[in-house]
Design a protein around this ligand. Sequence first.
Ligand code: NI
Length: 254
Amino acid sequence: MIFDSHAHYDSEEFDADRERLLGEVLPEKGVVGVVNMASDMESLEKTVELCEKYDYIYGAVGIHPECAADLPEDWLHRVEALLAHPKIVAVGEIGLDYHWEELCPRERQKEVFRLQLDLAARHNLPVVIHDREAHGDMMDILRETKPKGVVHCFSGSAETARETVKLGLYIGLGGVVTFKNARHSLEVAASVPLDRLLTETDAPYMAPVPFRGKRCDSSLIPLAAQKIAEARGISTEDVLRAGCENARRLFGIS
Ligand code: NI
């Protein structure tokens, strides 16, 4: 029972074998749900196509901060138009990425992020948030706007995780918990309430050890779940079950 709350199966990394992987391999390996993330204008439609082709795939539509610099004038309307689709369950992947600010300046990132937070609130949908090297500005915006949703690939401290949970958000954890320098992530994994934890990959990126640096897919989630389980002193199955139940609750998937 594997639920991947965050993947990018529209990525060209999957062009060679997407049908077999999504149609056969993942279901055979116990993947029961995936939320595919859009990130740029092109991936909006591709995400909808994946949702329509595979029963267990749902989608989030939105513009990633790395891709927020040069958008067509009607970008927000085009995102909004897709929210009516029954399998689009969130606005994402949206947020702030100051590691890549040369791709899009901070002020523009904040503007595009806030517009999408507002869009999600108006449609009563959760958001999937990306926060890289932007914890201060991110927490300011989350305190102010109080969205429902998840901070994916959570990279803050255990204390920031506590505040994030208090604000009503979920915490997404994936392959990073298996990395050598994962002390912070493991503290977060150990301390977050089990009913606020989402399992995820960020496929094709963030493959867990021993596949670090290789292409990632949802079937590798148990490797991260095992590390989270060890940190909490519970079983891997408990973590996978919680990841599944929590994602269904947050995204309104029955
Ligand atoms: Ni992502």
